[in-house]
Design a protein around this ligand. Structure first.
Ligand code: CA2
Length: 146
């Protein structure tokens, strides 16, 4: 099985450094460590990345077309704005799970709409950083079910 790509959008590099009341105390490096441990337990490869640039995320999704069996993505603010990320995901063939650390539906109304949800096979929101682990389990289960 090709690795699973976990992609993160803008400002998530600040995780654990600002707004802990919304996003918790873990850093993105902590999240990557936990995901890598779970991936090893599940016997799958993992590629974990973050960018603050929309075009770079589009290119990461293009790269995943050949290199990944599934995508877990937290597009951050681009969730609510980016047709380009939606179009890139529509050109990817495997499972896609969208993750949000916070419960976007409990927040401002502009966070209630997601372009990415038009493509995602599942959405996890409001489960904190554990959402990444739940998403990883879900894509492995979808891939194993064939
Ligand atoms: O809840 C999520 O995971 C979000 O995708 C996070 C985005 C936000 O725009 C989405 O509506 C929901 C924001 C990511 C910014 O992350 C920060 C983390 C710590 C400090 C500052 C920003």
């Amino acid at each position: 099985m090709k690795p699973i790509h976990i992609l993160n959008g803008p400002n998530l590099n600040l995780l654990g450094k600002r707004q802990p009341e919304v996003y918790g105390h873990e850093t993105l490096a902590d999240v990557e460590t936990r995901c890598a441990a779970l991936a090893a337990e599940l016997g799958v490869g993992l590629h974990f990345a973050q960018s603050n640039h929309e075009g770079a995320i589009v290119e990461m999704i293009h790269a995943a077309r050949d290199a990944a069996s599934a995508i877990v993505i937290n597009p951050a603010a681009y969730t609510h704005t980016s047709v380009a990320i939606l179009d890139a995901l529509n050109a990817f063939n495997g499972p896609v799970i969208e993750v949000h650390i916070s419960n976007v539906h409990k927040r401002e109304s502009f966070r209630h709409h997601s372009y990415v949800s038009l493509r995602a096979d599942g959405v996890i929101a409001g489960c904190g950083t554990e959402g990444y682990l739940l998403a990883l389990r879900r894509v492995v289960s979808l891939l194993r079910a064939g």
